[in-house]
Ligand binder design. Structure first.
Ligand SMILES: CC(C)(COP(=O)(O)OP(=O)(O)OC[C@H]1O[C@@H](n2cnc3c(N)ncnc32)[C@H](O)[C@@H]1OP(=O)(O)O)[C@@H](O)C(=O)NCCC(=O)NCCS
Length: 125
């Protein structure tokens, strides 16, 4: 997406999420004609503010030449099903404010603005 190679980052993501034996963590891929065309990564997370644990979608991506064919929707549905099986009743995610594509996608799947807002500040060097 960004054009930056982040091999060690993705290796560590794979180590953390790719182990199906670890409960609550999911790394699902979509296959078509024997090749991977998309993935979704997520986990069941504890949550504060008196809310119970929820499903968290950490990343979702479909190969550009496989988009607009329902792959993303099926990936999201599959991870939501696994969250439901894990006993949670809510799914959340975070996205860049200017990423209208991913916003359109999540909105089309029924996700809406939630009651929490992200805050940040620079900590200097
Ligand atoms: C967002 C993304 C995962 C969608 O995958 P996809 O397989 O193309 O999505 P689907 O075909 O399942 O589309 C489902 C719905 O999403 C919406 N949608 C998908 N692409 C869209 C687009 N380009 N413009 C507007 N709406 C779009 C539509 O409502 C669509 O339903 P419809 O086809 O009935 O109109 C894919 O475009 C992608 O990988 N984008 C870049 C990755 C990214 O930015 N990830 C976020 C960081 S984690």
């Amino acid at each position: 997406m960004t054009g930056l190679k982040k091999q060690s980052y993705w290796r560590s993501v794979y180590r953390r999420y790719g182990d199906a034996e670890r409960t609550g963590r999911k790394f699902l891929v979509a296959e078509a004609d024997g090749r991977v065309v998309g993935f979704v990564i997520g986990e069941v997370r504890d949550w504060e503010f008196g809310s119970p644990p929820c499903g968290w979608v950490f990343a979702i991506d479909v190969r550009p030449d496989s988009r607009l064919a329902g792959v993303g929707a099926r990936l999201l549905e599959a991870i939501c099903t696994s969250f439901q099986r894990a006993g949670v009743r809510k799914v959340r995610t975070l996205l860049a404010r200017d990423n209208t594509l991913i916003l359109s996608f999540f909105r089309s799947q029924g996700m809406m603005a939630g009651p929490f807002i992200p805050l940040e500040m620079d900590l200097g060097t």
